[in-house]
Design a binder for this molecule. Structure first.
Ligand SMILES: Nc1ncnc2c1ncn2[C@@H]1O[C@H](COP(=O)(O)OP(=O)(O)O)[C@@H](O)[C@H]1O
Ligand SMILES: [Mg+2]
Length: 233
């Protein structure tokens, strides 16, 4: 009985860091941005990460999101040690499991909302008509059906971030990672983004990890992680 329940708990861990260190070597000087991080995130958690500027939040998010490799330590996604995967397997896992949202939206400027949203499908086998249907479905979810053809410059900051969220959702990821997603938005647009994250978490069961400077937003999470000087407190 005890064994079963402990197995069940283990299987609920979707993302794990073990003794993760990340050092940067710039011009012969080594700077350690993450100094031994241990972290377990369970499926369905809604986690906030806060900490002073330069404390290592984005570095940690890049490692969690498989966008950067740790200098040492292990990253496990759904129990798989990602260092054991080949590049194409890693890209596949990243595409299917993780969706990213950035502070600066990172949309292609001369490209319509619909094309921005369908961009992650460009290397998939999905035919282009189906890609567009999926893109329209995602933009409908974020309430932007009337802006399919607009370029980022024709959208407000809040709308651009919603396009970025639709893009992050197009592969139906289990985990959404958001690095200061409301950092460039007014508080009303920021609140809308947070509400949408709550919906993705509560109603769709997605695991959310987000970085914020705003203590009120951080408190909305089911777990708050604080990072200072490269260490999880
Ligand atoms: N590519 C890089 N090369 C060298 N140093 C870096 C690099 N990226 C980040 N750093 C340094 O690592 C530290 C943490 O940065 P970052 O993770 O961006 O912090 P935060 O997101 O908390 O503001 C900072 O001191 C930053 O200057
Ligand atoms: Mg940062």
């Amino acid at each position: 009985m005890t064994k079963l329940s402990s197995n069940k708990n283990n299987s609920e861990i979707i993302l794990e860091l073990k003794d993760v260190v990340k050092s940067y070597n710039s011009g012969g000087t080594v700077f350690t941005a993450i100094k031994g991080a241990n972290l377990q995130i369970k499926k369905g958690e809604f986690v906030s990460i806060t900490g002073p500027s330069g404390s290592g939040k984005s570095t940690l998010m890049h490692i969690i999101g498989l966008l950067d490799n740790p200098t040492s330590g292990q990253v496990l996604l759904e129990g798989k040690d990602i260092s054991k995967l080949q590049e194409h397997q890693l890209a596949n896992l990243r595409n299917k499991t993780l969706g990213f949202v950035f502070q600066q939206f990172n949309l292609l400027p001369k490209t319509s909302a619909l094309e921005n949203v369908t961009l992650p499908l460009i290397y998939s086998d999905i035919p282009s008509s189906k890609r567009n249907d999926l893109g329209i479905e995602m933009l409908t979810k974020v309430n932007l059906l009337d802006k399919l053809k607009n370029t980022p410059a024709q959208l407000s900051g809040g709308q651009q971030q919603r396009v970025a969220i639709a893009r992050a959702l197009i592969n139906n990821p289990k985990i959404i990672l958001a690095d200061e997603p409301t950092g460039n938005l007014d508080s009303k647009s920021g609140d809308e983004i947070m509400e949408f994250f709550h919906h993705l978490n509560k109603d769709e069961g997605r695991t959310i990890v987000f970085v914020t400077h705003d203590p009120d937003l951080a408190k909305q999470a089911t777990r708050m992680i604080v990072i200072k000087d490269g260490r999880i407190c």
